[in-house]
Design a protein around this ligand. Structure first.
Ligand SMILES: C[S@@+](CC[C@H](N)C(=O)[O-])C[C@H]1O[C@@H](n2cnc3c(N)ncnc32)[C@H](O)[C@@H]1O
Length: 420
């Protein structure tokens, strides 16, 4: 990208003190994330990476792609702000940690981290990413579970004991919820349940990782179209015209191939991260950030849920059913289900303010509160005005969405605030 640095500067009044708000557009050359230091001037950052600057394989490097997650930020964006505002040995909090991007990047840079999330599956996923595994134990346990459940992968009829139940009329059923029976072909479901059963006997140190493999395979094996994996509305049981592959495709009956493929991929990804990771502690807590009790930290980097945009429990519904995880969706802030009415926005502002008040309480004066949000409704200036913060900058970046059928481009902002 070649264009002159485009910096617009304006003054705003926040908490009665005059502060400068900078909005940076596209600078001359996209920033190289791993070259950023605390001395890098904010106005020199250009976060408008294109596919050539940060290809998909780099954005989804090592454990970041253990499982798909709609609504995560890219690790390199977090890396820029960790390098600019934190030093090795310091402590960063993320009250909306989701799939754990902040925790993983912080660990790579030797920074301690604490994350919170209300969605149990996200907590499981983030923990599986930041856990340090003994490489030999991990490989052998994953191989053991694949081998022992293989028998059901290869046969149409074999069912492990304990996976069947009889109804009052004596009919045999697979022991599974209505949701699972509706969303999976019986063969795929048998394979998934057999894998789940084998995990029970695995070494506890590797269980969460095995559950992530199971859920990733389940996501791919749902009776859905290839082009609507994020939020399929109802099961697809018949062949359909596929927009992704431009041909007729058939819903899958086989989960075994996904289990094998993702088992291998997981070992490769964890091994890669093992070579980069540090010993910096990373703790992921399951809870509502409005009631979180956080340790003392140096600052915060987070991407909060946005108002009326995504239902975070719903996107991993299969995982909740397969693992029997507790569902706290009514405590999600800004859920899509709650919509974008004036009342929903007001509640959103109140909730986000209460979370940030708690995080500011455990930060030193001057500590950075860095928020990444596509603020379509202009709520973040309102949120800032209700908090004891000084606004250091707002950096806008162009985001090119390349996944699924959501081809549109949009802007997201990085709000850099300092505790007063
Ligand atoms: C935009 S996502 C964060 C994604 C994260 N940055 C990543 O890269 O994976 C927002 C997260 O906030 C979580 N969340 C929503 N309401 C919450 C609450 N009351 N307490 C804690 N977490 C909540 C959602 O479950 C979701 O994972």
């Amino acid at each position: 990208v070649k264009s002159s640095v485009n910096v617009r500067e304006s003054s705003e009044r926040v908490n009665s003190a005059a502060v400068h708000v900078f909005r940076y557009g596209s600078g001359s050359t996209p920033t190289v994330p791993w070259e950023v230091t605390p001395a890098t001037p904010l106005e020199e950052l250009n976060l408008n990476w294109g596919e050539r600057d940060l290809p998909e394989s780099v954005r989804t490097k090592h454990v970041h792609r253990l499982h798909p997650y709609l609504g995560k930020y890219i690790p390199q964006l977090v890396e820029v702000f960790l390098r600019k505002y934190f030093l090795p040995g310091q402590h960063v909090a993320d009250p909306f940690a989701g799939s754990g991007t902040t925790l993983v990047q912080a660990n790579e840079l030797g920074i301690q981290s604490t994350g919170f999330d209300i969605s149990a599956f996200n907590v499981l996923l983030a923990r599986a990413k930041v856990t340090k595994y003994d490489p030999l134990l991990m490989k052998s346990e994953i191989q053991k579970v694949i081998s022992s459940s293989q028998v059901t992968f290869e046969s149409d009829h074999t069912v492990l004991p304990g996976l069947l139940s009889k109804d009052s009329e004596g009919q045999t059923h697979i022991e599974a919820s209505e949701y699972l029976r509706a969303w999976f072909h019986p063969r795929a479901l048998r394979q998934l349940l057999a894998f789940r059963k084998e995990i029970e006997g695995a070494d506890p140190a590797v269980k969460d990782l095995l559950y992530v493999i199971l859920c990733r395979a389940a996501r791919s094996a749902r009776l859905t179209t290839h082009f609507d994996l994020d939020f399929p509305k109802r099961p697809t049981t018949e062949p359909y015209y596929c927009h992704k592959h431009s041909r007729i495709c058939k819903p899958t009956e086989d989960a075994g191939k996904f289990l094998r493929r993702y088992a291998q991929d997981t070992v490769r990804r964890v091994t890669e991260f093992n070579q980069l990771r540090t010993n910096a502690p990373a703790e992921m807590v399951h809870g509502d950030s409005r009631q979180a009790s956080l340790p003392q930290v140096n600052g915060v980097i987070t991407s909060p849920p946005y108002v009326g945009l995504i239902d975070y429990h719903a996107q991993h519904q299969y995982a909740y059913h397969l693992l029997g995880l507790k569902d706290y969706r009514t405590q999600e802030i800004g859920s899509a289900t709650a919509g974008t009415s004036a009342a929903a926005k007001a509640k959103y502002v109140e909730d986000i303010v209460s979370v940030f008040e708690r995080t500011l309480d455990v930060m030193p004066t001057g500590g950075p509160l860095i928020i990444i949000a596509a603020d379509r409704h202009g709520l973040y200036p309102v949120i800032a005005s209700k908090l004891a913060v000084a606004i250091e900058a707002e950096i806008q970046r162009h985001v090119n969405r390349r996944t699924g059928r959501r081809g549109s481009a949009f802007y997201e902002s990085v709000f850099v605030w300092r505790k007063l």
